[in-house]
Ligand binder design. Structure first.
Ligand SMILES: [Zn+2]
Length: 585
């Protein structure tokens, strides 16, 4: 009865009602208990006896007892009803709003009455509420684990704190590590690919079920042995999709000799694109001719007066192009250093500056400038800064349109706007405008004539080249047309590569050998090399061009893996990454 009185007083104080009779209070109290019981983790095995609120600690404590009439022995599974004793377990449950919730769980110990069972006493299990010896309820652990899987330790704990969940990054990570791997069906068609621990240095392997798109496993290394071992443990696999690496080919051959190897189509198109990029580097004059031709053709197309994005600004260099630029820069720097040393040596011998200038074919001011230096010139950074006039070009073009062609006047106007360089630069720009205008350039375009004649990079062209015709932008299509027109070798290369892309898109693996023969005898070195490469892996590539499987899902998971890896600031081990990438939240 004392418990019940405490309960009534609790209800009265929470509801702030002093005027109710005891019967009315009892009714309200029972209603509140019935309401609160709905929030228990499992209503079928638990009964709410009482509840206490600690406002200072923002904590609610629920006294809960088990209502199971008979329970099975965990060892022999024989049901028993004979109670030995009772004790209380304290477990944390999910919070209610701003209040943390603790369950005081009254559980019982039972006798096992099975005479053949070695266990005589056992504690009742509540499998839907809490695992044995745990300090938190099952649902709390699941919620925290889901947070950890989605966000990792630090970010997960920060978000948990926002939602009044008291936990720590370490706890989240422990729960993620302890989460049991999802139930996966025996895989039959899988995709295998590498993923980077650290790009260019260390790689792992990811395996994805191509039928349900779930990650099946994450291996810490990119090695044929590991893949072979994994496949021997998964004998149900019949199709393996891979990139073109010999390493995975070898591992699959050893681990699953009966499985069909399929080369991913994306990698084939990528290799073709790279071959085309190399071809473009050998065909610079044709590239430039096509750029000029396209610029001309574009002016004839209505609505395309301004230079299209493909031609705007300085073209972005491919990696190969950038390396060439840097090598040329180094050569120029070496020449400057040689000149500097020669000038100083001549001057030390007493030769006059005029004689030195005449001998070396340099102007006297340059000789003076070099002699003033106390050390050779340092190498210039490979990135050139933009044109000093660039911020004022729009203004100058606008003034030109208004009819102002006096470069001195324009120089004074730009100086007022903040331009701090010579009048000659402005004058050169105005001359350029005059020339461009005479050549048919329309000043209404607002675009500087400087940005006009540049064509796209070899890399950009190669992407356009492998892009389906229906998806090409108008200017890109014009450019490709010009290119084919400009050079018969390019025209032949274009026809060949389009034929290969048709094999890929229409999955006509049967026609592959005929295409390879044609490409090898075409006389175009890069395409012949590409075709020879296909011959070395013919069976798998033919399968890739015939079967529907591809590694698109694998690439998607690799992107997700990158995100997970970065979320952990690169500190997560393979165990944690494996758990997070395999558990879908
Ligand atoms: Zn037993």
């Amino acid at each position: 009865m004392t418990d019940r009185n405490a309960d009534l007083r609790g209800t009265a104080s929470v509801l702030s009602v002093d005027t109710l009779h005891e019967e009315e209070l009892a009714f309200v109290s029972n209603s509140v208990l019935a309401l609160l019981a709905r929030f228990l983790p499992d209503k079928t095995t638990l009964a709410l006896e009482a509840w206490h609120v600690d406002d200072a600690a923002a904590e609610i404590t629920l006294d809960v007892t088990s209502t199971q009439a008979c329970v099975p022995c965990p060892l022999c599974h024989v049901q028993t009803t004979r109670v030995h004793s009772r004790y209380t377990r304290t477990v944390a449950d999910v919070p209610w709003g701003a209040y943390a919730v603790r369950l005081h769980l009254r559980v019982r110990k039972f006798f096992c009455d099975n005479p053949r069972c070695p266990r005589q006493l056992f504690t009742e299990r509540l499998p839907a509420v809490v695992v044995p010896w745990a300090r938190r309820t099952l649902r709390r652990a699941q919620h925290l684990s889901a947070l950890g899987i989605a966000l990792g330790g630090q970010a997960g704990a920060r978000l948990a704190a926002r939602f009044q969940w008291r936990t720590s990054p370490d706890t989240l990570l422990r729960l993620v590590q302890a989460a049991s791997p999802p139930d996966l069906a025996a895989p039959q068609r899988i995709g295998v690919d590498e993923w980077a621990w650290r790009r260019g240095q260390r790689y792992g392997t990811i395996l994805v079920n191509l039928e349900d798109h779930h990650v099946i496993d994450l291996l810490p290394e990119r090695s044929a042995d590991l893949v072979a071992h994994w496949l021997t443990q998964h004998p149900t696999v019949t199709v393996v999709c891979r990139d073109r690496s010999a390493l995975y080919a070898d591992g699959i051959r050893r681990g699953a000799p009966h499985a069909v190897q399929v080369v991913d189509r994306f990698h084939l198109v990528k290799n073709l694109r790279e071959a085309i990029e190399a071809l473009r580097h050998d065909q610079r004059p044709a590239l430039q001719a096509a750029a000029a031709g396209t610029a001309q053709a574009l002016t004839q197309v209505a609505g395309l007066v301004a230079a299209p994005p493909m031609y705007r600004g300085r073209h972005r260099c491919s990696q190969v192009g950038q390396q060439r630029q840097e090598a040329a820069q180094q050569q120029r720097h070496a020449a400057w250093v040689t000149t500097y040393e020669a000038l100083h040596a001549l001057r030390a011998q007493g030769t006059s500056v005029t004689t030195i200038a005449a001998q070396r074919g340099i102007s006297r001011p340059t000789v003076y400038a070099s002699l003033r230096r106390t050390r050779p010139p340092s190498p210039r950074s490979p990135q050139r800064s933009g044109h000093v006039l660039r911020p004022y070009m729009t203004y100058l073009i606008q003034r030109w349109r208004e009819g102002c062609t006096d470069s001195m006047q324009l120089w004074r106007e730009t100086r007022a706007l903040g331009y701090a360089h010579s009048a000659r630069t402005v004058s050169r720009f105005i001359t350029r405008l005059r020339q461009a205008s005479a050549a048919g350039w329309a000043p209404e375009t607002q675009t500087s004539p400087y940005t006009r004649p540049q064509g796209p990079s070899a890399r950009a062209v190669s992407f356009t080249w492998v892009c389906p015709e229906a998806k090409r932008a108008q200017d890109a299509q014009l450019y490709v047309d010009q290119l084919i027109h400009a050079d018969p070798v390019l025209a032949q290369a274009y026809t060949l590569s389009q034929a290969f892309l048709a094999l890929v898109r229409e999955r006509r693996g049967a026609d592959l050998t005929a295409w390879i023969t044609e490409a090898v005898t075409s006389g175009i070195a890069v395409l012949a090399r590409f075709a020879q490469g296909l011959r070395e892996d013919l069976a798998a590539i033919t399968a890739g061009l015939t079967l529907p499987w591809s590694n698109g899902a694998v690439e998607g998971h690799i992107n997700r893996l990158k995100l997970l890896k970065r979320q952990s600031y690169g500190r997560a081990g393979v165990g944690l990454l494996r758990q997070r990438v395999m558990q879908a939240v």
